[in-house]
Write a protein that binds this ligand. Structure first.
Ligand code: GUN
Length: 296
């Protein structure tokens, strides 16, 4: 029987620890706060943003969603970022992506004050991470590392294959997991990788973040491998009450009895991303009050 790695359960544990830290800060008259910018009406983004706001409320972090119309201009978006940068009561700023097509994502993300960049998307923060001296942690990659650590899965010396080189997941994760303390041997695969299935089948730990529903089949995984599925693919399913459902990048049913542990979709990596956003917001509040970073 393989172990189902429940992100929902691990998120709950972590939120207890983080709520405790929020309570300590509030006792010191520091009220951690997060502002989330949502430009446009992408339905998936609306769901993610309301989940982020709800989790803030659960642990006592103040939160505000700034909703902007689909037609927002680059200039207007930059003005909102500037206003939040200048507001000392705002500790963390997150601009949900994707942005409407007339906006330039890179410029917007670089406009966020690096000391408030709770996504860890700003090049300054990515640079600190890459050189082994992180300020904020990238939320999805660090959430995955917390799943592994808290489930007793060792990465030291292991063959870790990461599928997908995005700036949000694959690239920062490949950097982090190869660093001292995690000590994995990493292969980062992407759309041009030759014999990708064969590379996957040699992984002790396979982390799939390519956004293709059920890309990883039974023959692509090694017996007793650990599988982390980052996929959040919305597929049409007339048999489902909503007519659609969420699937991962891994064919869960086909691999589940071959592997030693696997994250489900939903309820695996997704909730962990939100838990790590809470950690970063607490740390943004600590940084603005000259306190050392809180570590998990
Ligand atoms: N869109 C999908 N995931 C994320 C995330 O972690 N942060 C932001 N800002 N946008 C996203």
């Amino acid at each position: 029987m393989s172990v189902i790695l429940s992100g929902n359960e691990i998120k709950k544990q972590i939120l207890v620890e983080l709520k405790d830290e929020v309570d300590h800060l509030i006792e010191k008259n520091i009220k951690p706060s997060l502002s989330v910018i949502l430009a446009g009406g992408d339905p998936a983004s609306e769901i993610y943003v309301s989940s982020k706001i709800r989790t803030c409320q659960e642990i006592g972090i103040q939160s505000v969603a700034r909703k902007l119309p689909q037609s927002v201009s680059q200039q207007e978006l930059l003005e909102v970022v500037g206003e939040l940068n200048r507001d000392p009561s705002v500790h963390g700023i997150l601009c949900q992506v994707p942005l409407p097509e007339q906006c330039q994502e890179e410029e917007v993300l670089e406009a966020i004050d690096p000391l408030k960049d709770v996504d860890c998307f700003h090049p300054f923060n990515v640079g600190l991470l890459a050189t082994g001296n992180p300020r904020f942690m990238p939320c999805t990659p660090y959430g995955i590392l917390q799943i592994l650590k808290r489930s007793g899965i060792l990465t030291k010396g292991k063959n870790v294959v990461v599928l997908g080189r995005s700036n949000i997941v694959g690239r920062p994760l490949s950097i982090l997991i190869s660093q001292k303390g995690w000590d994995a041997t990493v292969t980062l695969c992407h759309s041009k990788t030759e014999n990708i299935e064969e590379v996957c089948s040699r992984a002790d730990i396979l982390i799939a973040a390519i956004g293709i529903s059920k890309f990883i089949k039974r023959e692509h995984v090694k017996k007793d491998a650990v599988i982390i599925d980052v996929g959040m693919n919305r597929i049409i399913d007339p048999t489902h009450p909503k007519g659609k459902r969420l699937t991962g990048d891994v064919d869960f049913e086909a691999v589940k009895d071959k592997v030693s542990a696997i994250t489900p979709v939903p309820g695996g990596v997704g909730p962990m991303t939100i838990a790590m956003l809470m950690l970063n917001t607490i740390n943004a509040a600590r940084i603005s009050n000259d306190l050392p970073l809180f570590q998990l």
